[in-house]
Write a protein that binds this ligand. Structure first.
Ligand code: HEC
Ligand code: HEC
Length: 346
């Protein structure tokens, strides 16, 4: 009786020991898995910093940033005074216009969707085809584009010179220049302002910073798929994109609606046949808010955009559940959109 009780006791304690071991092993394996997902993510992506990066060729100053902000909202940079940068990159709407393709002066419609200006500083080149190497070069484009602001650099500078308050604002921003109101300086001021257009503190960034519990299991599965299915080969870095060029249609050419045949992408920049239908992988930061998608702006639904990507870039079919998981993950990229009060223009 007594020895039976003893045996029973020993069996129970063995059972408890084995269970404890199993539980702690599972815990360790789980933790390692979690860690490796976080580590894989840290290896491929980066956190949006809370303050603007240093610009080596264009040092930031409060006066320059303030001037850039005014110019960003300045309709008088367009030929008829009606269109500003903010018209198509509405800072209150995640830096986009939420239109298929943008509408410029006199209601003219362009042929490309307006990308967001938020976090654009982290892209390695600007525009869908990368034809501007940085934001300074980029800013000169729309002022002169016929269907956007339709202006001439000299004309834009004449207009600014005719508004007395700009003399002081440019002098404060460029104190060492004898003649501060130039097209070059206008572009520098806009670049400086754009460097401050950041959307930090997304849930994904909090995860990358070590708060593993902030993502749901579904979102983590989506992140895992985003890495294992190779989305992250092209959508990498701080912006999950903006750092490389790829053919739109690596595995299968998209239809003419999504990929209009006459817009040949980087071919028009490099004139190299191998760049036909090659575009810069766009940033996926705040993608939840920046519909419609693709350079043609033809797709309004995020899950549909993901399905297009799996078909045309990867040549695979994904289960609905997986597409939903990736969509859930992409929504964790929505950061804090700063409140930017439109300045009082002189
Ligand atoms: C009429 C609408 C319109 C106006 C006005 C406009 N943009 Fe754009 N912007 C676009 C479109 C469309 C694109 C993409 C064009 C392309 O890729 O060929 C673009 C691209 C950009 C990009 C590149 C972003 C990226 O990820 O590649 C930046 C930055 C930008 N614009 C800033 C500005 C600034 C600064 C101004 C004012 C000086 C301005 N835009 C005026 C529509 C506009
Ligand atoms: C081979 C490179 C490559 C791979 C792999 C890839 N993408 Fe893309 N992605 C691109 C390019 C290039 C575009 C821009 C296409 C265009 O509009 O010209 C794009 C566009 C997108 C867009 C639209 C964003 C916008 O603002 O318009 C989304 C969303 C997207 N990709 C998600 C994904 C997902 C999710 C995966 C994995 C299932 C993936 N991508 C795989 C290169 C890639």
């Amino acid at each position: 009786m007594c020895s039976l009780g003893h045996q029973k006791h020993a069996a129970i304690s063995r059972y408890i020991k084995v269970s404890l071991l199993t539980v702690s092993l599972l815990f360790i394996i789980n933790a390692a898995n979690e860690n490796s997902l976080l580590q894989k993510a840290r290896h491929r992506f980066g956190v949006i910093p809370g303050k603007p990066p240093e610009l080596t060729k264009n040092p930031l100053s409060a006066a320059k940033i303030e001037l850039g902000k005014m110019l960003f909202f300045e309709g008088r940079l367009s030929a008829n005074g009606s269109v500003s940068c903010n018209t198509c990159h509405d800072l209150a709407k995640a830096g986009v216009d939420n239109l298929e393709t943008s509408i410029g002066m006199n209601g003219q419609k362009g042929n490309r969707n307006s990308p967001t200006v938020y976090n654009a500083i982290f892209n390695f080149a600007q525009f869908w085809d990368g034809r501007a190497s940085d934001l300074q070069e980029q800013a000169k484009g729309p002022i002169q584009a016929a269907i956007e602001m339709n202006n001439k650099p000299d004309q834009a500078i004449q207009t600014l010179k005719s508004i007395p308050a700009y003399a002081g604002l440019f002098r404060a921003a460029f104190p060492n220049d004898a003649e501060p109101i130039t097209f070059e300086n206008l572009a520098k001021a806009i670049e400086a302002f754009e460097a401050t257009l950041l959307t930090p503190e997304s849930r994904f960034d909090q995860y990358l910073s070590g708060d593993e519990a902030i993502l749901t299991e579904q979102e983590k599965r989506g992140l895992g798929l985003f890495i294992t299915k190779d989305c992250a080969t092209c959508h990498k870095g701080i912006n999950l994109g903006g750092l490389s060029y790829h053919r739109f249609g690596v595995a299968k050419k998209p239809g003419d609606t999504i990929l209009p045949p006459n817009d040949k992408g980087r071919l028009s920049v490099t004139h190299s046949a191998s760049d036909e239908y090659v575009f810069r992988a766009p940033s996926l930061r705040n993608v939840e808010l920046t519909a419609p998608y693709f350079h043609s702006g033809k797709v309004w639904d995020l899950k549909e955009a993901i399905t297009v990507m799996t078909t045309v870039q990867l040549g695979v079919k994904m289960k609905d559940k997986e597409v939903e998981e990736i969509a859930a993950f992409l929504k964790t990229l929505t950061g804090k959109i700063p409140t930017i009060v439109p300045p009082k223009l002189p």
